[in-house]
Every structure is written in structure tokens, then in C-alpha cells.
Write a protein that binds this ligand. Sequence first.
Ligand SMILES: [Zn+2]
Length: 252
Amino acid sequence: MKAHVTDNPSNKAPAVTAPVEKNLLDAQEAVSDRIRKRLATSKTRFFANDNIADFIEPGELEALEAEIAERFEAVLRSLVIDIDNDHNTQGTARRVAKMYLNEVFAGRYGSPPAVTEFPNISSLNELLIVGPVTIRSACSHHFCPIMGRLWIGLMPNQHSNLIGLSKYARLAEWVMTRPQIQEEAVTQLADQLVERVRPDGLAIVMEADHFCMQWRGVRDSGSKMLNSVMRGAFLKDPALRREFLALINMKP
Ligand SMILES: [Zn+2]
């Protein structure tokens, strides 16, 4: 019996190969795990609509793209799509990975746009309205598109900073190109603008089509979601609020 046990290679195999396999797995730690660990260590929230650019090191976005492509390929296989032979879906996993990271969810992974702030030297204190700004996003619940428009109303004071008109659209795009919830999106954009411009009052109105209501679910193609955030002077002064809503053609 003794000879039989020691001569049988299959009995030895697990003792020799197990540590090697474990080392290989350690070396192959997914890049998303590395990024997640950094976020956890610094106790930073990483919900779908949070920006995590500060936690991604050079070269990791490319590695993330490869990881997402691999995992999306698994989703396609689980959908029982023959991606090995179907010419239409052969590159789909890679295309979706690129689209998520570099386009539709780029606002999660990229740094904020460069926005130059100018002191309000001519002390403008008139209502300033920017819009409509076209917005494109996707809902966090279904990853279905959200397409819409928003308007920004600002009441500057002599201490406010002014930013170039195109920068409002850039900031909006940075906030919207994440899996979003409309109510949270307008709040995030309002926070960004208040921090940079420091106005007396700020108002944002957003009107959007949610494709998860049109393509699936209730399949109601006519409904739009409208919401707003009002801060400072727009909260305190009903006349200012009415003026803003009248100028953008919304009923108060
Ligand atoms: Zn949805």
C-alpha cells in the first residue's frame, strides 16, 4: 500500500500545484478590485453617480476597459448569444466597454473640466439664464438613456465668480455622463455651480425623457420628468423665481 500511494502522481499533484494556482490568482487581481480597495481605505463613497477619477492611476483605465469587455462578454454568453460566430456581436463587449468608460459614463472616471473663473469686476447683479443645455445621461436603475434639457438661472453678486457660457454645458455634461437619478443629478450640478460661482441665488430646471418609461415598463412615450432645484435668492424671492420660470417658458 505504501508504494502505491507514493508512486501515484495524482496524489502528489494537489500539494504541489495548489500554492502555485493561488499565487497566479493573486497576481491577477482585477483592476476594479485595486481601485475599490483605495476607495474603501479612504472611506470615499463610490455610488453610480459619484466621480472616482482621483482613485484611478495612469494606465488603469485601459486595464479597466479590458476587464469590462471580458465581463460583458460573459453577460452576452449568459444571454445565449453565439458571439463566436455571430458577426454582429463579435466586437460588442469591447464596444460597450469603450462606450461606458469613454463616452456615456465618462463623468465617473474623468477629472472635472477645466473651468476658469473670472471675478465679477463689473458687479453684474442681474438675473443670468443659461439654456437650454442638452443633456444625455442614463438612469442608475435600468441603464436606459435619459435625454433632455436644462436651464440654469444665476443671481450673481459683486463677490461672485463668472465662468464662460460654454463651461456651464461642460460641467453639466461631466455630471450627467454617469448612471444618474434626475433629482440627484440637478443637486450635484447645483453644488458644483455654487462652489465655483458663489452666487446669491441659483436655480436649475431639468426636463427629460426617461427611456426606461418608454422602451419598457409603462411604455409611455409622452411623459417627461421635470424637476428643479432652487437655492438662495430663488428660494427666498418668489418674484425672482417667477421671472426665471417665465423667461424659460415654464409655468411657475
Ligand atoms: Zn430607469
